[in-house]
Ligand binder design. Structure first.
Ligand code: UDP
Ligand code: MG
Length: 196
């Protein structure tokens, strides 16, 4: 299925001069850029982007707890809602502090492909070859000690439903472009290599 996914280069990615490096990876894998802009987000933009559902709070809590336990450490938080709320508050302040680059990339199974390329939420555990694993090394331990969100360079939609919701927050329909890309033929056209 051809899908669209939202990617944000967060303030740390912009301020570290990694915009072209990150965009280059998505271009090289064969995805098609269909929308892009630099934007200094408002409080509202970020509030809408990270919806504070119980599922989200439990997700961030469980992932962080699992990492602490995998290295034999006790996770110092017990309430997933309190943890989730404090992460969200930190994220809102982080993302609205400085410009980000918002993009929509399109391609076959784009959402999961981009998640694979972005890597684990915690850069210190993200595999080499991924954006977070190659270009950053922040950790739960350091970010929690400093009482701030993990600086992991990018946001990427977690699933197709999340992607649709997020694209609607950052882009209007007229900002999503349709055009011919060489990959529409060379990667996806079944007749492209048939002899004429
Ligand atoms: N985050 C954090 N500490 C945590 C969990 C999450 O700072 O313990 C931040 C981090 O920046 C992450 C964002 O919250 O990218 C959203 O969390 P999510 O679980 O959705 O991770 P992602 O989808 O970005 O990998
Ligand atoms: Mg997420």
């Amino acid at each position: 299925m051809i899908e669209k996914s939202l990617v944000l280069i967060k303030p740390d990615g912009v301020q570290r001069g990694l915009i072209s490096e990150i965009i280059g990876r998505f271009e090289r894998v064969g995805l098609k850029l269909v929308a892009i802009k630099m934007v200094h987000p408002t409080h509202d933009d970020v509030e809408k982007h990270y919806t504070l559902t119980d599922e989200w709070m439990l997700g961030v809590y469980t992932k962080a707890k699992a990492k602490y336990e995998s290295v034999g450490e006790k996770f110092p938080f017990t309430d997933h809602q309190a943890y989730g709320k404090s992460i969200k508050e930190g994220l809102v302040n982080f993302l609205k502090s400085s410009p980000v680059v918002a993009m929509v990339w399109e391609g076959e199974t784009a959402v999961s492909l981009i998640r694979k390329m972005v890597g684990n939420t915690e850069p210190a555990s993200a595999t080499p070859g991924t954006i977070r694993g190659d270009l950053s090394h922040d950790s739960y331990a350091l970010s929690n000690t400093q009482n701030r969100p993990i600086r992991n360079l990018v946001h990427a939609s977690g699933n197709v439903k999340e992607a649709e919701h997020e694209i609607g927050i950052w882009f209007t329909d007229t900002e999503l472009y349709k055009y011919e890309h060489v990959n529409d033929r060379v990667q996806y056209d079944p007749d492209w290599f048939l002899s004429k």
